[in-house]
Design a protein around this ligand. Structure first.
Ligand SMILES: NC(=O)c1ccc[n+]([C@@H]2O[C@H](COP(=O)([O-])OP(=O)(O)OC[C@H]3O[C@@H](n4cnc5c(N)ncnc54)[C@H](OP(=O)(O)O)[C@@H]3O)[C@@H](O)[C@H]2O)c1
Length: 327
């Protein structure tokens, strides 16, 4: 089969297509023919060395496809089943060996590419809005990168919970998409000379001087200071990524001075700990998609061999919604 591999940490050019043997499945695993693999920002952290991974490295954590074979102990899937997954390294490939804890059954009426696009960013948007800071109708949230993969899904889930959502984006087309997802106001942070002061000013202008109850910040280094200053008293900063770079260590006294603020730095794996939790989150996401309440935007698709181009586009802020690799 074909797979994407990067032998050393570095830029997108480190990734190349290799011919390798099909993965060997354990008795408790299934072999899946991949219909679509999702590209996520974490793939770029792992590729570049921001996150430590074993090398040579086979990127990709999510996808969807059809079961080709099952191990002797498998009673949870059968050949021909349509499954999607999140958390299986090496998903930029024609085939993956899939374990039960990463797998989700794709319901009828949901296309495999949509399921692949929904997994990691959808589960993230779900735990952020329902668990990390459980949004209610009395809340106002600031969501950075509102037209990104997580951003579009998080905005829709937050609005569905009744919250008011303010977003940041960098371009006209992204502003349009973010408003369509339900943002009440869109801040163009690319126009700011100093995000740390201009962003909180813009947020306070939109909130009668109060600030927001929660900031969901996946942009990181460039926005962190401005995010903190945009919070209302007792507000929460949910730092869930660093698309612009990782946030340096910071002085806890800033939480005191800002008004008894909270900061959390969550990771999806810690919000998918049991079968119940996994099926709750995926079940809500799939039924929202199937009923037309949640729109999953696939902003771009690339043939799998063009994985380097997909990473370049994502890291250059050139993408909206989901980026998929197709076999
Ligand atoms: N903690 C978790 O469990 C978890 C799970 C999934 C994802 N994440 C995080 O969520 C964030 C979003 O992930 P995603 O896959 O959905 O990506 P994405 O939002 O589709 O893409 C990143 C976006 O960030 C914005 N951005 C601002 N400054 C940037 C910069 N200097 N370089 C690159 N992008 C910049 C861009 O939007 P604008 O052009 O509009 O600024 C860009 O489109 C990432 O930080 C990712 O690591 C975390």
């Amino acid at each position: 089969m074909r797979a994407i591999q990067a032998d050393t940490a570095g830029g997108p050019e480190q990734m190349r297509m290799v011919d390798v043997a099909d993965p060997e499945i354990r008795p408790d695993q299934v072999l899946v023919d991949v219909a679509a693999s999702g590209v996520n920002y974490i793939d770029t952290y792992q590729r570049s060395g921001v996150y430590d991974v074993a090398r040579p490295f086979r990127p990709g954590l999510e996808g969807a496809g059809v079961v080709a074979a099952v191990g002797a102990e498998v009673d949870w899937a059968a050949p021909g089943d349509r499954l999607a997954w999140a958390g299986t390294l090496g998903s930029y490939a024609d085939r993956v060996a899939l374990s039960r804890e990463d797998a989700y059954r794709v319901p009828d009426g949901v296309e495999l590419d949509t399921a692949a696009a929904l997994m990691l960013q959808g589960l993230t948007a779900h735990f952020l809005s329902a668990s990390c800071f459980p949004l209610e109708s009395r809340h106002t949230a600031l969501v950075h990168a509102g037209a990104g993969g997580v951003g579009l899904l998080l905005t829709q889930l937050a609005v569905a919970r009744g919250a008011r959502v303010i977003t940041t984006v960098s371009r006209d087309d992204k502003e349009e998409l973010s408003r369509a997802a339900g943002a009440s106001d869109v801040i163009r942070y690319e126009t700011f000379t100093d995000i740390a002061t201009d962003l909180p000013r813009a947020v306070r202008d939109l909130t009668d001087g109060e600030g927001v109850d929660v900031v969901y910040d996946g942009v990181g280094a460039a926005t962190f200071d401005g995010s903190l200053e945009s919070l209302a008293v007792r507000g929460t900063l949910v730092l869930f990524g660093g698309a612009s770079g990782q946030v340096p260590p910071f002085d806890l006294q800033r939480l005191n001075r800002g008004g008894s603020l909270s900061v959390t730095r969550p990771s999806m794996v810690h919000y998918l700990r049991t079968d119940e939790e996994r099926s709750w989150r995926a079940g809500e996401l799939f039924s929202a998609v199937a009923s037309g309440k949640l729109d999953v935007r696939i902003g771009a698709t690339y043939p799998i061999e063009e994985a380097p181009a997909a990473h370049r586009a994502l890291e250059a802020r050139g993408t909206t919604g989901k980026v998929l690799l197709l076999p």
